[in-house]
Write a protein that binds this ligand. Structure first.
Ligand code: APR
Length: 244
């Protein structure tokens, strides 16, 4: 099917859907200048003395907090990034009442920054940071502006509210995300390699009519999708009109 035909089919699916859930990954933020993880130019293919997947683990955060925070400030705190065409179109669809929820693996906060309200951040957000001793909340700027291991006024160590490897997802967030997926009539998976569990496994709860995959590269779910578009999510979604 030629690209134009695929866009027409996507438009048709979106027009007839009323309870769309978007399931997004790092690929929807690359057009905002934030590298993804597993593409050839992704974070996990950049050379470090310690593999990034190791640095982004709970045990590394606990045993090497100074090195963790150096990497985290350099690579994960992208506070200046702006929503791109993908985030903006998803917001327009939500504003038109067609979106049941946005389930995202991203911690960059760009869906929220675009104006979306029904965002389920499976892996947390760099915008939430808390003291591990007294629970006091801190804005991301505090992490960005400090050096070394950020400390609370009480002396405790501050932790970003992001799910590191070896950590579990937030039960309430998972429950809300699964509930949205179970009640969706259309699931649009965008910008994810669908290789990290339990997040990737959540799309099996979808029981609705149409699964759409918008991903630059192939994914394990391509064969199960009703429509697969291997292209840039921002470019594709920008071509969609919001008809209510
Ligand atoms: N448009 C569409 N797809 C894109 C774009 C784009 N502009 N840019 C990249 N992609 C695709 C890539 O082809 C790739 O398949 O997005 C996918 C990104 O995959 P990953 O880098 O594996 O990111 P993600 O799936 O979000 O990773 C899941 O892994 O390390 C953990 O916690 C981390 O949340 C992350 C999780």
């Amino acid at each position: 099917m030629a690209d134009e035909e695929k866009i027409l089919k996507l438009q048709e699916i979106i027009d007839r859907s009323e309870r769309i859930v978007f399931f997004t990954g790092a690929g929807v933020s690359t057009e905002s200048g934030i590298p993804d993880f597993r593409s050839p130019d992704g974070l996990y293919n950049q050379k470090y003395s310690v593999p990034p997947e190791t640095m982004l683990s709970h045990s590394y955060y606990m045993s090497n907090p100074r090195e963790f925070y150096k990497f985290y400030r350099d690579k994960m705190l992208c506070l200046e990034a702006e929503p791109n065409k993908a985030h903006r179109k998803i917001y327009e669809l939500e504003k038109a009442g067609k979106v049941l929820g946005i389930v995202t693996q991203n911690i960059d906060g760009l869906h929220t920054k675009a104006g979306c309200s029904k965002v389920y951040e499976l892996h947390g957000s760099v915008y939430r940071n808390y003291c591990r001793k007294c629970g006091k909340l801190y804005r991301p700027e505090y992490i960005k502006e400090t050096q070394g291991v950020p400390k609370c006024l009480c002396g405790g160590i501050i932790k970003p509210d992001v799910v590191l490897y070896e950590e579990s997802l937030n039960d309430e967030t998972v429950e809300n995300a699964v509930n949205a997926i179970e009640n969706a009539d259309c699931l649009i998976v965008a910008g994810t390699s669908l290789t990290v569990y339990p997040a990737a496994g959540m799309i099996r709860y979808f029981k609705g009519e149409s699964i759409v995959l918008i991903n630059r590269d192939k994914t394990p779910v391509d064969s199960a999708a009703d429509l697969v578009i291997h292209d840039k999510a921002g470019e594709v979604l920008d071509k969609i009109k919001v008809n209510v």
